[in-house]
Ligand binder design. Structure first.
Ligand code: ATP
Ligand code: MG
Length: 340
């Protein structure tokens, strides 16, 4: 049996379309098992049809190569007669048939199938370059990573944990989330960043309502340094506008102010329910829904500021040795390499 992939947006590519096609084919091949015997194909119709339960049918032929001896119309007629020979009670109905039999003529081969399934769309993973996703244990960031993969990126991951104040189960959960994205993009690296010390310093030396924003600014600085080492071109987060206090426009501006690399937020305009629906579809939801102690709920302020301007944040960081903290934390990052 063969798999026929119809693509949408790749058809718009010009002279580098083969590059995208080759990557797409490689990515698909990575996920497929060989089905072996080519005779399976010839017997497909006679073998599969009896299980289909239909009283009406339509044949829908298309020729990719017009030099094939028969026209689409002739193929439809011949195949229709063949099917009626097998099922004398079945009638042809071109408008609302119980069963559609699709035929495609490609490279002088005839491919036959009964069902079309929508693919993920987008561009082949690996064609758009490399990014680094800040992966928490929540629902949002794995979806953000997936949306970038779908647009052709390869992503590695950075996770900030506060072990031993947060649990082993929580870091294992993040490992599992990254693993769920592996089929979509292949091998990746997960950088585990011990963040407890930075948090302690922030808690001791800055106003409590700005804590969460300062955590985020340190995540950006450390994430950016890791991204640069990896030759990545952007940082990805799962922020969605206004979802929580740290995701107001002002706070996003203040968090962005410490990074020079672009920070892309593919979920920024999505509602929570849309994000959840996507998480279910891509297979990350069940893992995300497991209990988790996030490093940011640890030492979480009672009422985080919703409008911490860049100036206020810079002022609040005056009591911290930012460069030293970033450097020391970077030296303790543990890199995990994961292949399929
Ligand atoms: P998520 O469901 O992705 O955790 P959230 O709605 O809980 O998102 P926040 O906790 O405010 O939102 O986090 C916003 C974004 O910041 C996350 O989507 C993620 O990209 C990043 N982030 C937050 N915490 C961490 C962490 N511990 N490690 C890595 N990235 C993090
Ligand atoms: Mg979170």
């Amino acid at each position: 049996m063969k798999t026929v992939i119809h693509y949408a947006e790749l058809g718009l590519k010009g002279k580098n379309r083969p590059y995208f096609e080759i990557r797409l084919a490689e990515n698909i091949r990575r996920l497929l098992l060989p089905l072996g015997d080519p005779d399976v194909r010839r017997q497909l119709l006679a073998a599969e049809l009896p299980a289909m339960k239909f009283t009406s049918f339509a044949c829908r032929a298309r020729r990719m190569h017009k030099d094939f001896a028969l026209t689409s119309e002739q193929i439809n007629r011949e195949l229709g007669a063949f099917v009626q020979g097998l099922f004398p009670a079945a009638s042809v109905d071109l408008d609302t048939p119980d069963l559609e039999i699709f035929i495609e003529v490609v490279n002088r081969e005839m491919l036959v199938y009964f069902r079309k399934e929508a693919g993920p769309g987008g561009l082949p993973a690996g064609t758009a370059g490399r990014v680094v996703t800040l992966l928490s244990g929540g629902i949002d960031s794995p979806v953000a990573a997936w949306r970038m993969i779908r647009r052709g990126c390869k992503t590695n991951f950075v996770h900030f944990h506060s072990m031993p104040f947060t649990s082993q189960a929580s870091v294992d959960k993040v490992r599992e989330l990254a693993q769920k994205l592996e089929p979509w993009q292949g091998a990746y690296r997960l950088h585990m960043v011990p963040f407890g010390e930075v948090q302690q310093e922030i808690v001791t030396n800055s106003p409590q309502e700005f804590r969460i924003i300062l955590y985020r600014r340190f995540m950006m600085r450390i994430g950016e340094a890791i991204a640069r080492r990896e030759n990545a071109h952007a940082l990805i987060t799962g922020d969605s506008l206004g979802q929580v206090a740290s995701q107001t426009l002002t706070n996003l501006e203040t968090v962005n102010a410490v990074a020079l690399l672009p920070v892309l937020r593919p979920l920024i305009g999505m509602d929570k329910q849309e994000i959840i629906d996507t998480a279910r579809r891509i297979g990350t939801y069940d893992v995300s829904a497991l209990p988790h102690d996030d490093c940011c709920s640890f030492l979480m302020p009672r009422s985080p500021a919703t409008a911490c301007t860049p100036d206020k944040a810079a002022e609040a960081e005056k009591g911290l040795d930012v460069d030293r903290l970033v450097k020391e934390t970077l030296s303790k990052v543990v890199e995990e390499r994961v292949t399929a």
